[in-house]
Write a protein that binds this ligand. Structure first.
Ligand SMILES: [Mg+2]
Ligand SMILES: [Zn+2]
Length: 178
């Protein structure tokens, strides 16, 4: 069934992840078919939000201007297909900061829900992630999630007892919807 709301993780789902962090717009490279997949979701009428952990900010690896530039690049690529991403929420804290936004906490999902303007209805919402943290955040928030094998996905699939549906990529999941 086509979800009304789709929440995407960023690194390893929309763009290629890097072990040394994606630190600039130049290093921000889309996964194959991901931009087209987001445009297709929007064309199908889905509200698309992004929830991304960006501890590299707190680590001083890049600035908020760099992060803005990455997200302008992402938004521009989707716009080139005639569509807009609805909202992007990021956590800039370190893992041990005890914040309530870094996934597997649910703060980013609450922020996106506020941007959406009403509750995410479980059966009409889906989160897409490549790491266990994404799946845990979705479960804690009470929405379904799928795992993709891009980014850390293959490791996640191997090392965690995942009960979520698994797809090769964001593109493969979107193509399965319609
Ligand atoms: Mg990821
Ligand atoms: Zn945070």
């Amino acid at each position: 069934m086509l979800p009304r709301v789709v929440i995407l993780d960023r690194d390893g789902v929309i763009n290629r992840d890097r072990d040394d962090y994606v630190k600039s717009a130049a290093q921000w490279e889309p996964e194959k078919g991901a931009i087209e997949a987001i445009a297709k979701l929007r064309a199908l009428g889905c509200w698309v939000g992004i929830a991304t952990n960006q501890s590299g900010l707190a680590r001083g690896l890049f600035s908020s201007a760099d992060l803005d530039a990455m997200h302008q690049k992402l938004r521009g690529l989707v716009r080139a297909h005639g569509h807009e991403i609805n909202a992007i929420a990021h956590c800039f804290h370190l893992p041990d900061a005890g914040c309530l936004c870094r996934k597997p906490e649910t703060g980013l999902l609450h922020q996106l829900q506020t941007a959406y303007g009403k509750s995410f209805v479980s059966r009409e919402t889906c989160m897409v992630g490549d790491s266990h943290k994404d799946l845990l955040a979705a479960a804690a928030f009470g929405i379904p999630a799928v795992l993709v094998r891009t980014g850390k996905g293959r490791l996640t699939e191997k090392h965690q007892a995942i009960k979520n549906p698994v797809f090769d990529s964001l593109k493969h999941w979107v193509d399965s919807l319609a």
